[in-house]
Write a protein that binds this ligand. Structure first.
Ligand SMILES: Nc1nc2c(ncn2[C@@H]2O[C@H](COP(=O)(O)OP(=O)(O)OP(=O)(O)O)[C@@H](O)[C@H]2O)c(=O)[nH]1
Ligand SMILES: [Mg+2]
Length: 275
């Protein structure tokens, strides 16, 4: 069968995570209106007739400002080195600048099997660039053709993951990312990217799971924003995170959320918070 790794690259907000979630059929990666949502490389696995595509979702390509940024760009390079096929996604509704053209040129020299994809063709076309295929993830346009193009380029291989697996990430990771996604959605512009979410402790019993999770913010005043008026936001987050966790664990979950301040988390220790 055809089986291999497909790195999905592109500028922040091009729709990389959306594309992977669409093809995988489950939400393995968070999708938001914001730029630079994805931090870690996430595998999303799509099984089909005679193929297994293992997508690597990557953080959007951008300039590095701090340690977190550099970590994200390292993830892009490592995805590139594992990939059998590279899908480069371009937002059709935006201008393609010289830097991006250079990057695509560099990729076509480096990656043997590159597919350049224009996404968001449901919107007004602005990008002036030759692409191999035009799609809209949102409107489900041409996604099947893209899958066929990818499968054609994949090597002959035995299946790498089980048929019912759709990601390599742990349930805890998915829960933390889910909470981060809810936060990015809820706290419009107030705390741009200074949020990390970590599991402090997990105790799984036969019929119940106990989870303590911390939301790390950079500033004391951000703490109040995450907690919300009379604790309204943290309460809502707790409920939605618990519902999501119960779906993944298929058990009752007792979930406690904490908010902590660590001013330098983005620059101090990328290890401590898994980023
Ligand atoms: N109109 C339109 N919007 C889309 C389409 N695909 C994705 N989007 C939207 O584009 C935004 C960014 O999508 P993401 O999937 O988070 O983009 P990303 O490339 O993973 O972004 P980063 O992780 O930040 O690099 C979201 O608001 C999506 O709903 C599309 O085909 N059409
Ligand atoms: Mg993403």
């Amino acid at each position: 069968m055809k089986c291999g790794y497909v790195a999905v690259l592109g500028r922040p907000n091009a729709g990389k995570s959306s594309l992977i979630n669409r093809i995988v059929g489950e939400d393995v990666a968070i999708v938001t209106k914001r730029q630079q949502t994805t931090r870690n490389n996430i595998l999303g696995i799509a099984n089909g007739e005679g193929y297994q595509i293992i997508f690597i979702d990557t953080p959007g390509i951008h300039h590095s400002k701090n340690k977190l940024d550099r970590f994200m760009m390292k993830n892009v390079r490592s995805a590139l080195s594992t990939a059998d096929v590279v899908v480069y996604l371009i937002d059709a509704s935006k201008d393609v600048d010289d830097e991006e053209r250079d990057y695509i040129r560099m990729l076509s020299g480096k990656a043997e099997k590159l597919i350049v994809v224009l996404n968001k063709v449901d919107k007004k076309l602005v990008a002036d660039i030759d692409a191999d295929i035009k799609i809209s993830v949102q409107e489900n346009i041409n996604i099947d053709n893209l899958i066929s193009k990818i499968v054609e380029l994949l090597p002959e291989n035995n299946m790498i993951y089980g048929e019912d697996e759709y990601t390599d990430k742990s349930i805890n990771f998915l829960i933390c990312e889910h909470i981060r996604g809810l936060l990015l959605e809820k706290i419009d512009n107030e705390i741009p990217h200074g949020v990390a979410v970590v599991v402090d402790s997990m105790n799984e019993q036969k019929d119940k799971v106990f989870l303590d999770i911390s939301i790390i913010v950079e500033k004391e005043r951000h703490k109040g924003i995450v907690i919300g008026k009379k604790g309204a936001l943290i309460k809502e987050l707790g409920i939605r995170a618990r519902e999501y966790a119960e779906r993944l664990f298929d058990k009752q979950v007792v979930l406690h959320l904490f908010v902590k301040v660590d001013e330098n988390w983005r620059d101090s220790s990328t290890d401590r918070y898994g980023y």
